[in-house]
Design a protein around this ligand. Structure first.
Ligand SMILES: NC(=O)c1ccc[n+]([C@@H]2O[C@H](COP(=O)([O-])OP(=O)(O)OC[C@H]3O[C@@H](n4cnc5c(N)ncnc54)[C@H](O)[C@@H]3O)[C@@H](O)[C@H]2O)c1
Length: 324
């Protein structure tokens, strides 16, 4: 039995167990695990770092691995409500970046909408159309979906991002007309658009993905601002999404939602909210607001085959706000 200072360190990268010290000062060597068989990577760059995927598994057309390939949206057509600016516009850009062949933006803001489609077409080469409509207008939405089918070919992805927020209104003072308006835009408007898209998807028989933009306010009550109606509207959007997911799975239509926390968009860039932002950040584990493009990857994931077995789910993207 060798003594402790004669131990030869194993050449394997597997750490050896600490030798056990015996009463008489000698050590009892543990049996070393067999040296693992390591097959060295065949792809190394000049610095010796493994780089790039294995060439033979890459898709011939896109050069992507099978997993990354599932995030592609080639040949799809997307409709984005509230896509003239903010989170909707950023998510629309991400869908274009990932290959949609056509995109329709639905919004009430004419100028922003015109700019949005010009930019999307110029930057990504997609066919892009802007429709100035209010999501509460059922007939107009129906006409737009018909027009998208004719001019862009199909409706494969519907992303409902149009929404408004009323903050700092005490519930006991909330004017009913304001309450009804918000519910009509955030909830009924989302349903009108989802329903019109689903009808087109059912008719075509190819299914699709419907993504709702809910909010963490559908899960928690925001502090310190009073916004009972907004919170209720977003909770309802999540439950609507789940109900539609259950009903429309038979048609190959998947419904999911994204629930953002506080995001740095025009919706929150109002003087009345400035002081409250400090409180919001202090209650967010990541201590900041989300950037305007930080829903993009999730939107692409939900729109694409990458989330093919996912329906009826809500994804919180809130910097950890709902953890506390
Ligand atoms: N910004 C945030 O912190 C935050 C957090 C959680 C959820 N959300 C949700 O994300 C979505 C997008 O918000 P945003 O921050 O990008 O706000 P935004 O105001 O920048 O964008 C909303 C878009 O919806 C459009 N819109 C509003 N009412 C409409 C109507 N009746 N018909 C058609 N279009 C209409 C607006 O013109 C605007 O372009 C909203 O549903 C919002 O509730 C935002």
């Amino acid at each position: 039995m060798p003594i402790a200072d004669e131990i030869i360190q194993p050449t394997s990268s597997v750490p050896a167990a600490e030798p056990q010290l015996q009463q008489n000062g000698t050590t009892d060597l543990p049996e070393l695990p067999p040296r693992p068989q390591i097959v060295e990577p065949s792809r190394k760059n000049t610095n010796g770092v493994v780089s790039g995927p294995v060439p033979h598994i890459l898709d011939a057309a896109t050069g992507l691995t099978p997993t990354l390939q599932k995030f592609r949206l080639d040949g799809k057509v997307a409709v984005v409500t509230g896509g003239a600016r903010g989170l909707g516009f950023n998510m629309a850009s991400a869908l274009c970046e990932c290959g949609v062949k056509g995109i329709a933006i639905l919004d009430i803001l004419q100028e922003h909408g015109d700019d949005a489609i010009a930019l999307l077409h110029q930057k990504y080469g997609v066919a892009a159309a802007f429709y100035k409509i209010d999501v509460r207008d059922e007939e107009a939405v129906r006409d737009v979906i018909a027009s998208v089918q004719i001019h862009l070919g199909s409706v494969d992805i519907m992303l409902c991002s149009a929404g408004i927020a009323d903050s700092n209104i005490k519930a006991e003072e909330y004017p009913l007309d304001k309450f009804r308006r918000l519910i009509d835009i955030n909830l009924t408007g989302s349903f009108i658009c989802a329903q019109a898209a689903a009808r087109a998807m059912i008719d075509k028989g190819t299914g699709g993905s419907i993504i709702f933009i809910a909010s963490m306010s559908g899960h928690i009550v925001n502090y310190p601002q009073q916004q009972a109606c907004y919170n209720a509207s977003k909770a309802a959007v999540i439950q609507l999404m789940k109900s539609l997911a259950a009903e429309w799975a038979q048609y190959g239509i998947r419904c999911n939602s994204i629930s953002p926390g506080y995001m740095d968009t025009a919706l929150n860039r109002v003087p009345a909210l400035e002081a409250q932002k400090t409180i919001w950040k202090s209650r967010t584990p990541q201590e900041r607001l989300g950037n305007v493009d930080e829903l993009n990857n999730t939107a692409v994931f939900l729109a694409s085959e990458a989330s093919s077995f996912m329906t009826g789910s809500d994804l919180l993207i809130d910097g950890g706000y709902c953890c506390w």
